[in-house]
Design a protein around this ligand. Structure first.
Ligand code: ADP
Length: 718
């Protein structure tokens, strides 16, 4: 496993494995079929990509998500790994070309969409190629107990079984209840698989359920507090997508939209704009997202409750893939349940499937009302019970006092009781409101004693209140397209005055988190600006160059040379070679301009891994970069000349020389500190302290350079 760890650093730039990754990778490499259940953002890709690199031959990756495939392959290529994909987005000629190269074994990883596969294709691939491993992503699609069943997945097991040398099979998913997990193993006919469940908790997500608010006002405030952040708003219908998006655009927010009613080109454009950070907020139906792996989505807000917790967690889980603090907000109104019931009843699916869906809807409803830690509630649903309360969801943070609503409950319950289960919620609300509705009058409902009892409230609010009572189990709705409402046994104690009813209004979410996107530092901004320009030149989304977290770490650590840069998370060999010089340049320039002291260079000798990487990274030799600069300095070249010769900035070279001095190398101080200025610089240091360079520079004579100041600090042991 040492080898896997070295590759993790060299290729991806990551220092350590995430939870479960090491066990999963070693299990596969040792020859076990595998079912791995990792939360979204848990790092599934690495779990099959690293074995693919360690095993001889070409690993096949089956994935249903076309856009994700492209991203993965692009990312792998940027990391210097040969990979390609076969799916319907390729033209015929391109497809043949990829297939031809694949057959020659040119790729370490070949991504294939399941509908591109058939028996013949599997046959010829396995005849011509050495296939050590088949990785199946989104494996829950094979199970009809899951929420996203895809018939094409069902065939996989048969084809794999008929391959002459059956490869290892590793299945991955983020959402599987224990039944779904069993079903995946059975349906894919995994061979005595090792099962890994690393846990479903997403500690960087703050989950909230918000009820009883004016949604539009809430959203406006929410976005105002997150002016820099990128996020997704999910709505239940296309119409709402249009409405919410229009509203945001009208208030000057860069919002895009995505739903099934838009043309392919328009949708692709909207998706690209979001991935490239050109639009900040995406308003969408659930058609958007499968395959979106934009890492810096800082919030996912649901305008309405979705139909089941698996869908909710998968959609909400698109926030915070990069591990940074992110928010998942569910705006919930009790009437949402009706919308979802309607969708289920209208949907295709047989009676069994519908009753599974109704049970799932019930759980979703419970989540929306629970006062338990929301993170605990969700992981419990997936069969995990030993997770501590998260401390940041709306339940954990809720300090509000419940409001006594017994009187209103009595009014509503007695009204519904008098309507004898013959009418729906809407009509009951009209009666309580005292409406002059024609049908109401025809039925003589205005003669009920409860008519007009709640006339001071808007009708919609009364309906919501009735739905809340349904959700709490005091009333029930009948099945069918036009459900009627009636009392349950729970209503009796309330009507008799034996039970009080309290309700919490949960209207607030935690303050906007101070995460990477909200990080204020001129250096971070400069790095982001560089990333935007570079991404636009290369035609890729900014996150594919570097994540926010990586830029933030660079801004904090201010690396002085390639070795230090490569020690930052998210910078592997290939990216270091490609972008290292530009990044160092920005760091040096900005540090000099702001007058900040770069952190003391670490007195380390470059590790073997670093050294071989810096060799790839352009230095060409085994000698560390800063020593090469010193060599030239000793030969009499001035920093500016060295910089020209080595193709780096002067500040970088000066940093190299100071670093050598700090490491105990002999330097000619007089060439760094003009002797006649040394005393003046020392005086300035005494006056201004050593916390920042700028005040020293201001206190010293104007001709003193930062190089000289660094020199004095080093020579005199500050
Ligand atoms: P999943 O498919 O499980 O949702 P990904 O494979 O897309 O997750 O990984 C999520 C993010 O985490 C990716 O950006 C990936 O580069 C990063 N990542 C994966 N493994 C590690 C690790 N060991 N250390 C740091 N970051 C990691």
């Amino acid at each position: 496993m040492e080898q896997a760890k070295t590759l993790l650093k060299q290729i991806y730039g990551f220092d350590s494995f995430r939870k479960g990754q090491e066990e999963i990778i070693s299990g596969i490499v040792e020859g076990s079929d595998t079912l791995a259940i990792l939360p979204t953002g848990g790092g599934k890709s690495v779990c099959y990509q690293l074995p693919a690199l360690l095993l001889p031959g070409t690993t096949l990756v089956i994935s249903p998500l076309i856009s994700l495939m492209k991203d993965q392959v692009d990312s792998l290529r940027r990391l210097g790994v040969s990979a390609a994909f076969l799916n319907s987005s390729l033209g015929a000629a391109e497809y043949r070309e990829v297939l031809r190269s694949a057959m020659q074994g040119e790729y370490k990883l070949l991504y294939i969409a399941p509908e591109r596969l058939d028996s013949a294709m599997f046959g010829s691939l396995s005849e011509q190629l050495q296939i050590p491993l088949i990785a199946i992503d989104e494996a829950h699609c094979v199970s009809q107990w899951g929420h996203d069943f895809r018939p094409s997945y069902r065939q996989l097991a048969g084809w794999i079984g008929r391959m002459p040398n059956r490869p290892l099979v590793a299945a991955f998913t983020a959402t599987a209840t224990p039944e779904v997990a069993d079903d995946i193993e059975a349906m894919l006919r995994l061979n005595r698989p090792r099962r890994y469940v690393t846990g479903f908790a997403r500690p960087n997500l703050a989950l909230s359920v918000v009820t009883g608010v004016d949604k539009k006002r809430f959203l406006a405030q929410f976005l105002k507090e997150r002016a820099e952040q990128s996020g997704i708003i999910y709505t239940a219908t296309r119409k709402e997508t249009e409405e919410v998006c229009g509203m945001l655009q009208a208030s000057g927010i860069e919002a895009g939209k995505y739903h099934g009613g838009m043309g392919d080109a328009e949708r692709a454009e909207a998706q690209e704009a979001f991935r490239f950070d050109r639009s900040r907020v995406m308003v969408a139906t659930n058609a958007f997202g499968m395959g979106i792996d934009k890492p810096n989505v800082r919030f996912v807000l649901h305008w309405q409750m979705p139909g089941d917790l698996e869908s909710y967690y998968q959609e909400a889980g698109r926030a915070g893939r990069d591990g940074e603090e992110s928010d998942c907000i569910l705006l919930f109104e009790p009437a949402d349940m009706q919308v979802q019931r309607f969708l289920i009843e209208q949907g295709s699916g047989d009676t069994e499937r519908k009753s599974i869906q109704l049970a799932k809807l019930h759980q979703m409803m419970n989540y929306s009302r629970t006062q338990r830690c929301l993170q605990q509630f969700i992981v419990d649903y997936f069969g995990e019970t030993d997770v501590e309360a998260c401390g940041k969801c709306s339940s954990c943070l809720d300090k509000s006092e419940p409001v006594d609503r017994t009187e209103e409950a009595k009014m509503a319950l007695s009204c519904v009781g008098r309507m004898k289960g013959r009418f729906g919620v809407t009509m009951a609300a009209k009666v309580l409101k005292g409406s002059r509705d024609k049908r109401l009058l025809e039925f003589g409902l205005d003669r009920l004693t409860t008519y007009g009892l709640m006339s001071r409230l808007p009708e919609k609010e009364i309906a919501d209140w009735l739905y809340w009572l349904v959700a709490e189990g005091y009333m029930r709705l009948s099945e069918g397209q036009y459900p009627t409402v009636s009392l349950t046994a729970n209503a009796l104690p309330v009507l008799e005055g034996k039970e009080a009813i309290t309700q919490r209004v949960r209207a607030s979410v935690r303050q906007a988190a101070g995460n990477a996107s909200g990080h204020v530092s001129p250096l971070f901004d400069a790095l982001k600006q560089w990333r935007r320009e570079t991404a636009s030149l290369e035609g890729v989304p900014p996150f594919m160059i570097f994540f926010d977290a990586t830029l933030k770490e660079i801004a904090d650590a201010r690396p002085m040379d390639m070795d230090e840069l490569l020690s930052i998370k998210g910078i592997g060999g290939a990216k270091g070679a490609k972008y290292g010089a530009a990044l160092l340049d920005i760091v040096q320039t900005m540090s000099a301009e702001s007058g900040d002291t770069p952190p003391t260079p670490r007195l380390q000798t470059a590790s073997r891994a670093h050294r071989s990487v810096s060799a790839q990274a352009g230095s060409g030799e085994e000698t560390p970069s800063h020593l090469q600069s010193l060599q030239l300095f000793r030969e009499g070249l001035e920093p500016a000349e060295i910089a020209r010769e080595r193709g780096m900035s002067q500040v970088t070279v000066e940093g190299h020389i100071i670093r050598c001095a700090q490491e105990g190398e002999e330097v000619d101080w007089d060439r760094i500190i003009p002797p006649h200025l040394e005393e003046a610089i020392l005086a300035a240091v005494r006056e201004a302290g050593t916390e920042k360079l700028r005040p020293i520079k201001d206190a010293a004579p104007p001709e003193v350079t930062y190089f000289a100041i660094h020199g004095v600090l080093c020579k005199h042991g500050y």
